[in-house]
Write a protein that binds this ligand. Structure first.
Ligand code: HEC
Ligand code: HEC
Ligand code: HEC
Ligand code: HEC
Ligand code: HEC
Ligand code: HEC
Ligand code: HEC
Ligand code: HEC
Length: 418
């Protein structure tokens, strides 16, 4: 090749390369803007699979706009049926059943929940409140909820941060209903603004829980699956100011029985209330060994079949994935089946009705726990629940059946060592 042709060829290559490449991202101008929430519809443009797989989960459905779609209300709003159900609870009510405020269907702005129970958000003098009625899905009945002080408990302050994304208490607004992308991945405006090809800059500007230290990633789930108080804002029930990737302790203090919360915890500090999985889990051997929420639960249903409660495998298969070799002695020898979850995660906590959701300490509670302290339930009577079940007899049967066999064979003769 002649020297002139070579120079020409080099120029052509250089021009092609220069034109084919996007200009490098102007990081400075992107990063000079304040970081804000952009909403899941923006994320969807580039992450359709993750968007779809999040839509399959309850997180996306937590708060739903009832004005856009009436069908999100899971039952009929019939004043008559509601008051009939409330009247059955008359003795426990703080306001007589016929005077409790019951919203009309047109007053309902948003629904809260759709699995165990549903509550309804209404507006009064410009502020959003939770109306004092609750529908329990599994028992198909209405119950009361703060009938005496419902209009003194602003929803955004009490509950907002755990149920919607991008709450601003100053302006009394939120960016998106439901537990959306940015609740777990952090504010996404910088990440979304950068061009697709700026892969490394993109990675730096969004939280990927899988790349965080395990303990820090766990606190993302722990920021909501928890009960306690905000350390930054008086009266708030959620971690005001917390962002994924931060240390939760600076923002939130969990409740405890020792600290006086007898309503939501048993005296052994096991959960009685719901949204307390983090409190249970942190007492468990799993917490010590780094078995976290996402070891058992998926949040994007990708490559796994749907299961109840988003577990990676259904029922006890969830446990035997790791605990392949469980000894068949002791407690594990009584039954002809091995319902790990039945004993190690008894339904002793309450979302809508007592005992509808599970303990997350993974400790199997024996009858003797209840014998020693009547207020503590046990794992066994969730199945052995005949009216006349005698706990002492059940414990005695357990003690008998779980006795380990005496060692067999001949005693060894003592050995003379000198
Ligand atoms: C304009 C397209 C685009 C938009 C909009 C977008 N992303 Fe991304 N995202 C990307 C690209 C490209 C990557 C880098 C892919 C790779 O790592 O190979 C990425 C990576 C990620 C990662 C992995 C980061 C890592 O360190 O591995 C997460 C998590 C993520 N995006 C979440 C989001 C969320 C949440 C939103 C909405 C707030 C969003 N993305 C909006 C294009 C986009
Ligand atoms: C409840 C928390 C949560 C929500 C809500 C959530 N994610 Fe994720 N996401 C995670 C976790 C945790 C991971 C890490 C991998 C895993 O466990 O699935 C992840 C992984 C990802 C990844 C893959 C990163 C990689 O390693 O390549 C992308 C992309 C992503 N999420 C985007 C989204 C988008 C888009 C939305 C909303 C439509 C969303 N996420 C909603 C928790 C969440
Ligand atoms: C912003 C608050 C928030 C964060 C962060 C959050 N969750 Fe949730 N989670 C909720 C709420 C609220 C519900 C109840 C949704 C409903 O029933 O409509 C829920 C429900 C669930 C459920 C039950 C789903 C079902 O089908 O019953 C699982 C499992 C779960 N979350 C796991 C996780 C894991 C794992 C993480 C962390 C990666 C996480 N969550 C992060 C608020 C949150
Ligand atoms: C610290 C976070 C947090 C706060 C504060 C909070 N919740 Fe929740 N809530 C959750 C989580 C997590 C779940 C799902 C897990 C569970 O119930 O154990 C949930 C579940 C629910 C459900 C049941 C959802 C279903 O599908 O059955 C309702 C209803 C609900 N919350 C209403 C409220 C109301 C009303 C408030 C305020 C008075 C509130 N919550 C405060 C985190 C919170
Ligand atoms: C060792 C496995 C394991 C770990 C770790 C774990 N879970 Fe679960 N979780 C389960 C199983 C199993 C169920 C019950 C599934 C069923 O009923 O089919 C469940 C149920 C749930 C439910 C539905 C309500 C109920 O109790 O029935 C929520 C919400 C939940 N888990 C959240 C969490 C959160 C948040 C974490 C972390 C703090 C966590 N889980 C850690 C295995 C686990
Ligand atoms: C991701 C792996 C993993 C999964 C899934 C898992 N475990 Fe574990 N589990 C561990 C590890 C690791 C330990 C701590 C080491 C040990 O003691 O065996 C542990 C410890 C335990 C312990 C305490 C053992 C002791 O010696 O005190 C119990 C009980 C237990 N797991 C029950 C369960 C149950 C029930 C399930 C299903 C709901 C389950 N595990 C699911 C990994 C797992
Ligand atoms: C009848 C209730 C019951 C069932 C069903 C049950 N466990 Fe247990 N498990 C217990 C009790 C009680 C203990 C502690 C006393 C003992 O070791 O006998 C225990 C101990 C354990 C331990 C720690 C000690 C050890 O033996 O390694 C692990 C791990 C464990 N169980 C896992 C499982 C798994 C996995 C399953 C399902 C295959 C299961 N359990 C089914 C009641 C039960
Ligand atoms: C998931 C439901 C379930 C749980 C939880 C459960 N059991 Fe059972 N139990 C059964 C059933 C069903 C039988 C009879 C059939 C069988 O043994 O498989 C039974 C049988 C027994 C028997 C009689 C066994 C025999 O050989 O005569 C004893 C004793 C017993 N259970 C004790 C307990 C104790 C103690 C616990 C708590 C640690 C417990 N069970 C937890 C369902 C359960």
């Amino acid at each position: 090749m002649k020297k002139r042709d070579l120079i020409l060829a080099c120029c052509l290559i250089a021009i092609t390369v220069a034109c084919g490449r996007e200009s490098p991202p102007d990081m400075e101008s992107v990063l000079s803007e304040p970081k804000t929430h952009v909403g899941s519809n923006t994320c969807k443009m580039c992450h359709l699979e993750h968007y779809d797989s999040w839509k399959m989960t309850q997180h996306s459905r937590m708060i739903q706009d009832a004005r856009k779609n009436r069908d999100v209300i899971v039952t009929e709003i019939s004043g008559e049926k509601i008051r009939r159900d409330l009247a059955k609870l008359e003795d426990t009510l703080k306001v007589p059943s016929d005077r409790i405020y019951v919203p009309g269907i047109d007053e309902i702005l948003y629904t809260i929940g759709s699995q165990w129970k549903q509550r309804y958000i209404v507006q009064k003098e410009g502020t959003l409140y939770i109306s004092p009625i609750q529908y329990n899905l599994e028992t198909h009945r209405w119950v009361n909820y703060h009938e005496q002080d419902w209009d003194k408990r602003p929803w955004l302050l009490k509950c907002g941060g755990c149920h919607v994304t991008g709450v601003n208490l100053e302006t009394q607004t939120f960016n998106e209903p439901g537990v959306a992308c940015e609740a777990c991945h952090g504010k996404g405006s910088w990440h979304a603004a950068l061009p697709k090809t700026a892969v490394f800059e993109k990675r730096q500007t969004i939280v990927n829980p899988a790349k965080l230290p395990v303990g820090v990633a766990q606190q993302i789930c722990g920021s909501c699956h928890n009960r306690g108080k905000s350390l930054k804002k008086k009266g708030a029930g959620w971690a005001v100011g917390y962002e994924p990737g931060k240390a939760l302790e600076a923002y939130y203090q969990s409740t405890s029985y020792a600290g006086g919360d007898k309503k939501h915890l048993y005296s052994n500090e096991f959960s009685k209330g719901h949204h307390q999985q983090q409190i249970d889990w942190s007492q468990s051997p799993h917490a010590r060994e780094g078995v976290t929420c996402t070891s058992c639960h998926y949040v994007h249903q990708l490559g796994v079949p749907p299961t109840r409660s988003q577990t990676q495998a259904a029922g006890s298969a969830q446990c035997t994935q790791c605990h392949e070799m469980v000894n068949r002695n002791g407690a594990h020898s009584i039954h002809s089946f091995a319902n790990c979850v039945g004993c190690h995660m008894p339904r002793i906590a309450k979302s809508a009705e007592i005992g509808d959701i599970r303990s997350h300490t993974f400790v199997a509670l024996l009858p003797r726990e209840t014998i020693a302290d009547k207020t503590i339930p046990n794992s066994c009577t969730s199945c052995h629940k005949h009216k006349d079940v005698d706990l002492n007899k059940l414990q005695a049967a357990y003690d008998l059946l779980t006795q380990r066999p005496k060692p067999m064979g001949k005693a060894m003769a003592p050995v003379d060592v000198d």
